[in-house]
Write a protein of this length. Structure first.
Length: 394
């Protein structure tokens, strides 16, 4: 039994006041061969560059060992014994939370010294009892870690944060002992009640902003929050290129008209075929939102219609450097990227008829064949953004 939901993961961070680098690190990886997701949040001791290096060391080890299916007790032991120990305080230099989501949907969590994970079913908090792991040998013998097993349902969320969140506001009139878990849980519950489908990115952002506010807008520690949200997948279809045989034009048009989700058509000839086969008008837009690209067109019922290769090349360029804080432009390539980001399952239909226009020797060499560009885009979407990608050639 595989999982029937999409896993949306996102995080937001704020550096401690006056620091240029965050001492907390959040990493996640999608392991395609196993349809498995591993996420790690580590908080390095202190702040700034040194804390960041320690957290990066802990996170990288955690990701790699978990990926190898090592037993959690073993992972705990290796990481703990590799991390340096503070000579004065005799404590490890970094804390961590590891989340391993298997293809079945089952989740294992290993936690060392971070605030306990928060699990929400809808807007209700779910209490889960941990199993305690006691380290037997090495410099951390006697230390205890927590292990949880979770089987999520659709609309569940897991929230992980560093103690910069739970201890925010410490010493203030409102929160003499810090924001603490109870207040954080009721804040999260209120946000989800207000917007049942609030995205992982937005929820993490609101939690970090609130913690920053608790600190009087001068963060006393690095503030990090990551949210894992299990939900119904949002589907997108991108068609580019005319079918190899003209007889297949009607098949392509049918696939477009029957698709349950949003649709992008990328390519003038492809748009002409769809419009002709479905008896629809194409309206051209003469507004150049992006000086490098031909403007988009409009076909009723199709979400976006753009030029082909040049636009996809630009999509690939944008995706290479795209991150949470990127503000997309208004051009056709930016619109495609925005729609990619709002979708989870992206299906590409790639027409294989050779476009005579692109065989012109005077055109630049980097006007690559459609397939290569699409593959590059797909790889970035899969590895960096955990999108589920499928292809078909026609």
């Amino acid at each position: 039994m595989g999982r029937d939901f999409f896993i949306e993961i996102n995080s937001q961070q704020r550096n401690r006041d006056g620091e240029r680098i965050c001492g907390d690190v959040f990493f996640y990886r999608y392991i395609k061969e196993e349809d498995r997701v591993i996420a790690v949040l580590s908080d390095g001791m202190g702040h700034g560059v040194k804390a960041n290096m320690l957290a990066t060391l802990a996170s990288t080890m955690a990701l790699n060992f978990t990926r190898e299916h090592k037993d959690f007790d073993k992972i705990a032991e290796i990481i703990m014994n590799t991390l340096p120990v503070c000579s004065q305080r005799k404590i490890s230099y970094a804390t961590f939370t590891i989340i391993d989501i298997e293809s079945t949907g089952n989740i294992s969590v290993l936690e060392y010294d971070n605030p306990p994970v928060i699990i929400m079913q809808g807007n209700n908090y779910l209490e889960i009892e941990p199993v305690f792991i006691k380290l037997e040998k090495g410099k951390h013998a006697g230390k205890t870690l927590k292990k949880y097993s979770i089987t999520p349902k659709k609309e569940d969320r897991i929230i992980i944060c560093s103690d910069g969140v739970t201890q925010s506001g410490m010493g203030s009139d409102d929160y003499p002992f810090g924001w603490e878990r109870e207040n954080l849980v009721s804040y999260i519950s209120g946000l989800i009640k207000g917007d049942k489908s609030v995205s992982a990115d937005t929820l993490a952002g609101k939690i970090v902003t609130m913690a920053h506010k608790n600190d009087g807008y001068r963060a006393q520690d690095d503030i990090s929050c990551a949210v894992i949200y299990f939900r119904e997948p949002r589907k997108l279809l991108l068609c580019t290129g005319p079918p190899y045989e003209k007889e297949k034009d009607s098949v392509l048009a049918q696939k477009v008209s029957e698709f349950k989700g949003r649709v992008i058509i990328s390519g003038g000839t492809t748009a002409d075929i769809i419009a002709r086969e479905l008896n629809l008008e194409i309206t051209d837009n003469l507004v150049f939102e992006d000086p490098e690209l031909p403007p988009e067109s409009f076909i009723r019922g199709i979400d976006l219609v753009t030029e082909g290769i040049l636009t996809l090349q630009k999509v690939n360029e944008i995706l290479k450097t795209y991150n949470n804080s990127t503000r997309p432009g208004k051009g056709p390539a930016d619109k495609i990227v925005k729609m990619f980001m709002e979708s989870d399952e992206i299906h590409f239909i790639i027409g294989t008829r050779i476009n005579i226009a692109h065989q012109d020797p005077s055109l630049p060499v980097d006007l690559e064949i459609r397939r290569t560009v699409v593959k590059r885009i797909a790889r970035l979407l899969e590895e960096k953004w955990l999108k589920k990608i499928t292809y078909e050639y026609i």
